[in-house]
Design a protein around this ligand. Sequence first.
Ligand code: NAD
Ligand code: UGA
Length: 343
Amino acid sequence: MRLVILGAGGFIGSNLVEYLIDQAEHQVVGIDVTAEKLHGIEGPNFEFIQADIAAAPEVADGVIEKADTVVDLIAYANPSIYVETPLEVVQLNFFENLRIAETCIKYGKRLIQYSTSEVYGKNPAGATFREDESDLILGPVTKHRWIYAASKQVLERMLHGHGLAGDLHYTILRPFNFVGPRFDYLVPAGTKGGPRVFAHFMSALLTGGPMYLVDSGEQRRCFTHIDDANRAFSVVLDSPEAHNEVFNVGNPATDTSVRELAMLMIATYTELTGNTPQNELVEISGEEFYGPGYEDTNRVPPDISKLESLGWSPRLDLEQTFRDAIKYNLDPKNNTTTMGGAR
Ligand code: NAD
Ligand code: UGA
């Protein structure tokens, strides 16, 4: 199959490219503004095109025309960006992504769109997130962190509308905190804002800096090993039942608080290196860490029965997920410096 991966240079994109080009039946074209995370990922069935989809939309247009399936991973995917530059988030995550969907419609191509678990927003404790039943509950406009979830939600609704109109074949994936090699970028000790939580805690382990627990660290997440996430992609790629459907991609069994995650990462680092880190765990408010407009949610585990009905289930537990990601970062040659993005 001829696949176009938009955002191929990012965390999910680089792992997906590496996974797909091992399968000789696929021809993969990747587009991104940066190729840093693709270093060493090569194959006769892979071509990378360095381009900005906003500044040069004709590049993506030309590649999509020749493809069978388009995989759209392009977005600002980092809470500190939602807080710092909300207008850029809606411009890229909604308007530019909608243009990609319209190009798919123009050429009659299938679209696999990465959305987010954040669309579920602030559901009450005890709820489980079900794709076709749960309400999507976002915070106030003045908490502009929600601009990310709002942009992704409207995009999902547009794809659904086009599906109803019969002019688009789409599948929407909602990732729940994927973790693995090439995740975000490392930061100097004491950095606030910046990358997502694994990269922060990893940086602290390497530098000896503080591990910040935002708003007490009692909030919970379900982390998903990137290898399980790649297999989920293959399942929907090959399933006729995924036609115009939405799927959670997550691992309910990894449900853990951010504080517990810090402890787990300290223990795993100790086991892997033989050194016991002396990081201080420092509680900090969300506004102090990210800036005004931040708000968080205490997520609950995803319901994954829909994807399980297609034959997928997660295989890798919490410990394995973080062991693999930490091990990768212990080799200094693996550390990338940027999140990418047209910024
Ligand atoms: P990422 O930031 O690592 O990857 C996004 C990529 O898009 C980057 O490499 C970036 O350079 C590229 N990009 C941004 N603007 C571009 C432009 N104008 N032209 C070309 N390329 C551009 O993020 P990720 O973690 O790999 O996430 C990928 C997708 O999955 C995003 O849509 C994100 O919202 C979604 N998602 C990810 C997670 C997760 O756990 N990582 C969770 C939920 C949703
Ligand atoms: C992220 C991003 O919004 C998206 O990539 C994606 O949509 C979503 O994950 C997802 O995977 O579903 P979030 O989970 O809030 O959202 O991002 P992280 O930065 O990884 O934060 C996780 C939790 O750790 C948050 O509660 C945050 O406040 C906390 N945190 C973060 C800390 O306590 N300390 C830190 O140093 C960093």
